[in-house]
Design a protein around this ligand. Structure first.
Ligand SMILES: NC(=O)c1ccc[n+]([C@@H]2O[C@H](COP(=O)([O-])OP(=O)(O)OC[C@H]3O[C@@H](n4cnc5c(N)ncnc54)[C@H](OP(=O)(O)O)[C@@H]3O)[C@@H](O)[C@H]2O)c1
Length: 344
């Protein structure tokens, strides 16, 4: 089997660390792994599964001889450096939002639309974390019942804002317990004007707002990316909320379908969907919770129930570790799928 020279860009970040773990633990066939980050991290050592790596500074020349690069250093970094990687002949799987809606770039969740990998031109985009777990959970239901509309509310962990988001929740919680002043400088959006306390709080803003339609950019990612992945004009209404959870996004998802819902069939489909695990036994108070699925590559679905008034509607609770299924694992899975399809 061919082995690949791999690079991970943003390797010191919340997603990048999981990318390294996924490449090794999910057996991506690597010959070498180059870890890249900013000049601040150059020379730093990262250990994973008994292997030791020295982080290098990302430069225009980092990709000579690299076969495949996994990117998670932010949109502006991908925008600037991916063209150099393409010039060097490297295939790029990008976790940032920069290329996602580019019509020349496939946006892929392997169990939903792996066929789109066939028309890549050197870049494959990894969707937004909240989108991935939702479209993955709903894929088989859409095939069976034809979803027309999704209404989703998210409960998103602070690690969605990277290492800084986790630090902020931990620091604020410690400060509150020790009766010290609370400092807020990262959430809801590091580059925005105002910052709010996340400890013991929920913030109904993720990313900046589009003042023209009153939705946040995170909400619009769910709207637009779902259409691109499902190849249909599906209606999506999203409310994205940051909650004081360290890791793992939860979503309350309501769907309206063209065909009436057969609830037994719905349970059967969810129980046999690729990458999805049904955790639903309300008689014994069993349902998915973020804290139970840290580090897992799966999407967990529970609280599945038909709408009381609409025969064409269903509600459910969808949980995933967004650093894994929503980012690192989905990216590595794209790479593995490309090898399986003879595209890498
Ligand atoms: N967190 C999530 O749940 C999630 C999910 C899906 C997608 N994403 C996307 O993935 C990307 C990274 O997110 P994250 O949460 O991992 O952020 P993070 O924890 O803040 O990590 C950012 C990474 O980017 C590197 N970086 C920053 N500036 C750089 C530069 N000038 N040159 C090279 N490397 C640079 C950092 O290196 P240093 O340590 O050297 O600064 C670090 O490795 C973002 O685009 C985000 O939207 C995140």
């Amino acid at each position: 089997m061919k082995k690949y020279k791999v690079a991970i860009v943003g390797a010191t970040g919340a997603v990048g660390r999981e990318m390294l773990r996924c490449v090794i633990q999910y057996h991506f066939p690597f010959e070498s792994i180059k870890l890249l980050a900013s000049a601040r991290s150059a020379g730093k050592t990262i250990e994973q599964d008994g292997l030791s790596f020295v982080v290098e500074e990302l430069t225009e020349n980092s990709f000579e001889g690299i076969d495949v690069a996994f990117w998670s250093a932010g949109g502006s970094i991908s925008e600037k450096f991916v063209p150099y990687a393409i010039k060097a002949g490297c295939v790029n799987i990008d976790n940032t939002s920069h290329f996602r809606m580019d019509p020349n770039v496939p946006l892929v969740v392997p169990e939903c639309n792996s066929e789109d990998l066939k028309w890549h031109k050197g870049i494959i985009a990894n969707p937004n974390c909240s989108t991935i777990q939702m479209v993955s959970a709903l894929k088989r239901l859409d095939e069976e019942f034809d979803i027309e509309r999704i209404i989703v509310s998210t409960y998103q962990a602070v690690s969605g804002a990277g290492v800084a988001g986790m630090r902020e929740l931990n620091d604020q919680t410690r400060a509150i317990i020790n009766n010290e002043p609370v400092v807020a400088d990262t959430l809801p959006c590091a580059s925005d004007k105002k910052h709010y306390q996340i400890a013991y709080n929920c913030i109904p803003q993720i990313d900046k707002f589009d003042l023209a339609n009153a939705f946040s950019k995170e909400e619009m990612k769910m709207v637009n990316e779902t259409k691109k992945i499902y190849h249909k004009d599906i209606k999506v209404n999203a409310t994205c909320v940051r909650v004081p959870v360290l890791r793992g996004h939860s979503e309350s998802v309501y769907i309206e379908t063209k065909k009436p819902i057969d609830i037994d069939k719905a349970f059967d489909l969810l129980a046999h969907s690729t990458g999805v695990e049904l955790v639903d036994d309300i008689a014994n108070q069993i349902y998915p919770m973020a804290i139970d699925h840290i580090g897992s590559e799966k999407v967990y679905v529970g609280r599945v129930r038909k709408d009381l008034d609409n025969d064409h509607a269903l509600s459910m609770w969808v949980v995933a570790d967004q650093l894994m299924k929503g980012a690192a694992y989905n990216s590595v899975d794209i790479g593995l799928k490309m090898i399986e399809m003879g595209l890498l």
